[in-house]
Design a protein around this ligand. Structure first.
Ligand code: G1P
Ligand code: ZN
Length: 543
């Protein structure tokens, strides 16, 4: 075994986006492409001796190859110890959990989250810091700068490690330990939730369907729900992780998890349904015949946090991304705690949780989590709901309606226009930005625009400022229209249009969501000229 220095030249476009570097698999397969990015990570982190690194991914195509490359590079950079999930598998929340539990220096997550996988699909790589959360922008920018400056990378020529056998091996002076990807995570969940109550509920005939969408959550959900909590075999469907996610789009929303929605809409539907995404950090909660929006789920978890033993002492605060509905704000008000509004992306929650300002965090994009780790956590949300259902002994629909009756309902929807022409999307955003001063104070189809701005976040902990985080029209009645461009797409641009309207009257809590938001959608098109500029008649996906 020797350490080689391989000459290399920078690749364009290695700037990490909302959640790490995401590109087509074919781009990652270019010789030196992955190596350059990993070299830049190690250059940024500095000397590796004495440090432990966690490594794993969602099992998508190219995962195993990338793991082997990174192990050999970690060895070349003097990392003392690498904890790698068996089979190269670790869900994103499990990486966060393992980093924290083993006091690792950081971790590398291999995933493109909910983006499709396979030879023609996407791949991704992300660095997480010692608190278990995504690297802050300062660090990702430093990594990017290094990708553009390097002239070589260092790698050991050691043979591949057998990733399927638990235990420790050595590459150069680095100890590589293949760990059970589920154990640490499952133990943490058992501490947070009332497993006895959930077990009793399953024993008494409660039925559930968990759709793992052939992604990384399969082994976690099977171990926890079926083996530990006694849910009947078959509760987890599509539980085998596959390199191409079975050809599906592993994004748990009513459009992509159509199989689950069909099961939950059937006359003999189970009591509870849930799904999670490619790397296990997203979740969708479904009742019999009713899907819970992620914004409502966050608010309901916050309002009921103390049912779970891990949160019995109450919560210190809530944080939500700006486009997420204000349903959680109403709960925070009632509890007398703060609700922070952050830019899109889980990395903005880290400081708030580290400073103990927020216990629960959520995003409208099917992301919910708490300060138990520093990533969103799909199965965590599902277990919270199971705990809640076991304690309250009510249906999902009853819990939802009671919540709305108490706090009012925030009708909410996101319209995505995917893979649109990037120049057209930029033109639209620039024109909107230019119009903001003129839009403030206007009446638009019966709505008075109270504020029109481009969201700026001032981090209350480290004082950092994030600008241009989404264009907002806030109406006097609290309704909102938000436009932003996706930072995770890999093809053209994706325009996200977020619509929200508050309805206090319980007699009007069962209107169809799109109908309830139709006027706002009309205003959005008029002010942005979206349809004309993009040539799109309707959104690609509505959630
Ligand atoms: C999307 C979601 C965002 C989430 C991110 C990573 O980012 O909108 O909430 O944090 O994926 O899962 P976007 O493509 O909008 O930049
Ligand atoms: Zn994800």
């Amino acid at each position: 075994m020797t350490i080689q220095t391989v000459a290399s030249t920078p690749f364009a476009g290695q700037r990490p986006g909302t959640s790490g570097l995401r590109k087509k698999v074919t781009e990652f397969q270019q010789p030196g492409y992955l190596e350059n990015f990993v070299e830049a990570i190690f250059l940024t982190l500095g000397e590796g001796s004495g440090r432990t690194l966690v490594l794993g991914g969602d099992g998508r195509y190219f995962n195993r190859e990338a793991v082997q490359t990174i192990l050999r590079m970690a060895a070349a950079h003097g990392v003392a110890r690498v904890l790698v999930g068996r089979g190269g598998i670790l869900s994103t929340p499990a990486v966060s959990c393992v980093i924290r539990k083993h006091a690792a220096f950081g971790g590398i997550v291999l995933s493109a989250s909910h983006n499709p996988g396979g030879p023609d699909g996407d791949f991704g790589i992300k660095y997480n810091i010692g608190n278990g959360g995504p690297a802050p922008e300062k660090l990702t920018e430093a990594i990017f700068a290094n990708t553009q400056a390097l002239a070589s990378y260092r790698i050991s020529d050691a043979p591949p490690v057998d990733l399927d056998v638990l235990g420790a091996v050595r590459i150069e002076n680095t100890e590589v330990e293949v760990i059970d990807p589920v154990a640490d995570y499952a133990q943490l969940m058992a501490r947070l939730f009332d497993f006895d109550a959930i077990r009793t509920m399953f024993k008494s005939g409660f039925r559930m369907c968990f759709d793992a969408m052939h992604a990384v959550s399969g082994p976690y959900a099977t171990a926890i729900l079926e083996d530990m909590l006694g849910a009947p075999k078959g509760t987890v469907i599509n539980g085998e992780p596959r390199e191409d996610f079975g050809g599906g789009h592993p994004d748990p929303n009513p459009v992509n998890a159509a199989e689950l929605i069909a099961i939950m809409s059937a006359p003999d539907a189970p009591d509870f349904g849930a799904a999670s995404d490619g790397d296990g950090d997203r979740n969708m909660i479904v009742g019999r015949g009713i899907a819970v929006t992620p914004s409502d789920s966050l608010a309901i978890i916050a309002a009921n946090a103390t049912v779970a033993p891990g949160y019995a002492g109450g919560i210190t605060g809530i944080a939500r991304s700006m486009p997420t509905s204000a349903a959680a704000d109403r709960v925070a008000d009632a509890l007398g705690i703060s609700c922070f509004e952050t830019p899109t992306g889980w990395k903005y929650f880290g400081n708030l949780m580290d400073a103990n300002l927020a216990t629960l965090c959520g995003e409208e994009s099917y992301g919910t989590g708490s300060n138990h780790i520093r990533e969103k956590d799909g199965l965590w949300a599902v277990l919270f709901w199971l705990n809640l259902l076991a304690v309250r002994a009510k249906s999902v629909s009853e819990i939802l309606h009671e919540h709305w009756a108490r706090f009012g309902r925030n009708y909410y929807s996101r319209h995505d226009y995917e893979a649109v022409d990037a120049a057209a999307a930029d033109t639209m955003m620039a024109a909107l930005r230019a119009r903001l001063p003129d839009l403030a104070g206007r009446m638009l189809d019966g709505h008075h625009v109270a504020e029109a701005d481009d969201f700026v976040y001032n981090d209350p902990v480290d004082g950092s400022v994030a600008t241009r985080q989404g264009i907002r029209l806030i109406m006097s009645d609290g309704s909102r229209i938000v436009f932003r461009l996706s930072g995770t797409g890999t093809e053209g641009a994706t325009i996200r249009l977020y619509l929200e309207r508050y309805e206090p009257d319980p007699a009007r809590h069962d209107i169809d969501t799109q109908e309830a938001l139709a006027r706002l959608a009309g205003i959005a098109d008029e002010v942005s000229d979206l349809r004309r500029l993009t040539g799109r008649e309707r959104p690609t996906v509505i959630t």
